[in-house]
Design a protein around this ligand. Structure first.
Ligand code: HEM
Length: 511
């Protein structure tokens, strides 16, 4: 059920990153009933579909030739397609079974959407890079409304390119290096609050990632608004996981209200900045946070800015928190790797001659073992199991037709777990990254026009936290340690309950 409700959210507009509750059973039954009724109606439409749009009759939009055939696979029941097969199990099993039966490109139907799933590096490159303009990002309308329809994820073309320039300006190494002391302060504050406690690793990492995201968006000065903003965001998150019924009393309705409130808070922060700019005669671009970048010369409207600020919080928080949670799990389960990471980090402290803070950019560039642990965690955990696109016109790939309007899903997890790309793929072995992976076999941050612009910041905040965690603390898993759930990002079961204690080693560093 956990798999089901959260992966389903991706199709019908439920939970974004990290919404943690699952759909209620009753909601599921109601949905199932509705789907069965719809199925009957759709039987007819399927017949029409089969007759009118025979695969052989569709022209390939790129070359004008007749594309041969749809990829192999089963479209399942009318409307329902293979929805229940996908949702009643770990989605990886669904993908793996079909991949071994049909190959690296196959068709299916999920909740009324005809889909083509691709799991070869070449096909991922085709969809995300070489023919990216033919595959637009696609999200349920309710998700767009809640995040903000002008947010970067939903865009293509010129407006998207402009947003990317502005986002990258704030998250490039040059912009984030100055933030290391502030990130470190946040990391140390969180770590000391965990000391001697049983914590839910995922929930705590969410707070850490949220604080770093807010710092990189608003800088340090806007902290007075941040508490209020966080509260609204949490309400938004709760409603995001609900069915999109927008009337008073529903979680969705409350979330939409919180969304409007978030827009107002961002507007207040902007007007304060404008006032401050007028008084101090200094330009916004003197600041190197995301808001300054958005308010710079290529000015966006206030609404566009709010949509994108909320969008970036959404993209930054639960992704990074999931990865950090997996890192804690894999390190706890692999003591020799934890030992190697700890030694690498202790060595840095010895070289620097002090324990508390003051990491600099070049320190973070000399942590090769820790970096490989992050890389390998991103591969094994593959927190984004897949991404979505929609074909804007009919396209031919390797003789197969991808019809206009169909969803196309590059399956990152399958690519990362293929023995052809990564021998002994289930093994957690960071040393495999001593050699760079082949192109398009490693896509934890996606690739092409929509590739993650926050990846450097994500890596930086993970390195800073791991530096202090491994050199000053020890942790042990307090649950069974096994199992996976999707919220919708892959996550250790129950968010990984752990116990954290101060390490005895700190004294032995002799500094
Ligand atoms: C380890 C943590 C993270 C992972 C694994 C991750 C992964 C991804 C992936 C795979 C995509 C591309 C999705 C697609 O092509 O459909 C993406 C897009 C994006 N990410 Fe991240 N991300 C992480 C952290 C962050 C952070 C910290 C930020 C911001 C500070 C961020 C901001 C974004 C934005 C704005 C996009 C949309 C880009 C566009 O549409 O052009 N991400 N992320």
């Amino acid at each position: 059920m956990e798999y089901c409700s959260n992966i389903m959210a991706l199709f019908v507009g439920g939970s974004p990153a990290g919404a943690s509750t699952t759909l209620r059973m009753s909601a599921m039954s109601a949905l199932a009933a509705a789907l069965v009724v719809t199925a009957a109606v759709c039987l007819l439409s399927r017949m029409i579909w089969m007759r009118i749009i025979s695969p052989q009759a569709v022209r390939d939009g790129v070359s004008g030739r007749i594309a041969k055939q749809l990829p192999p696979g089963s479209m399942g029941w009318p409307y329902l397609g293979e929805t229940f097969q996908l949702y009643s199990n770990n989605p990886s099993c669904f993908f793996e079974e079909r991949q071994s039966k049909y190959g690296a490109i196959f068709k299916t139907r999920i909740l009324g959407c005809p889909c083509i799933m691709v799991s070869s590096p070449e096909a991922a490159r085709f969809v995300l890079i070489t023919k990216a303009h033919l595959f637009k990002p696609t999200f349920p309308k309710s998700k767009e409304r809640m995040l903000g329809p002008q947010a970067i994820f939903f865009q293509q073309g010129e407006y998207h390119a402009k947003l990317r320039r502005l986002v990258l300006r704030a998250f490039m190494p040059d912009a984030i290096r100055a933030k290391i002391p502030a990130i470190e302060e946040i990391a140390l504050r969180h770590l000391s609050s965990w000391e001697g406690r049983f914590i839910n690793a995922y929930l705590e990492m969410k707070t850490y990632a949220m604080n770093v995201a807010l710092l990189s968006i608003f800088g340090k000065e806007e902290q007075s608004y941040v508490e209020e903003l966080k509260q609204c965001y949490y309400t938004l998150e709760k409603g995001y996981n609900s069915m999109p019924f927008n009337f008073p009393g529903t979680l969705f309705h409350k979330a939409m209200k919180a969304r409007r409130q978030l827009g107002l808070i961002v507007a207040r922060i902007m007007s304060r900045r404008r006032e401050r700019g007028a008084h101090h005669h200094h330009h916004h671009s003197d600041d190197n946070d995301l808001l300054a970048s958005f308010m710079g010369e290529e000015a966006l409207t206030d609404e566009q800015i709010a949509d994108n600020i909320i969008g970036v919080i959404f993209a930054a928080r639960d992704t990074t928190a999931s990865v950090l949670t997996w890192i804690l799990k894999y390190l706890a389960e692999n003591p020799s790797i934890l030992q190697a990471v700890t030694e690498e980090q202790e060595e840095l402290i010895r070289r620097r001659g002090e324990t508390m803070g003051a990491l600099n950019w070049s320190d973070t560039r000399s942590m090769p073992i820790t970096c490989r642990v992050i890389q390998e965690t991103l591969r094994v955990a593959s927190i984004l199991t897949f991404t979505f696109r929609e074909a804007v016109q009919s396209v031919e790939y390797e003789g197969f037709l991808i019809p206009k309007g169909w969803k196309v899903l590059p399956l990152f997890r399958i690519i990362h777990h293929s023995p052809e790309n990564f021998p002994d793929p289930e093994k957690f072995d960071p040393s495999r990254f001593e050699v760079s992976p082949r192109p398009n076999t490693y896509l934890p941050f996606g690739n092409g026009t929509h590739a993650c612009p926050g990846n450097e910041l994500a890596k930086l905040e993970m390195l800073v936290l791991l530096h202090h965690l491994t050199t000053k603390y020890r942790w042990s898993l307090s649950g069974s340690g096994s199992g996976i759930q999707f919220r919708p990002f892959a996550l250790p079961l129950n968010g990984l309950p752990i116990k954290i204690d101060r390490s005895q080693n700190v004294q032995q560093l002799k500094i």
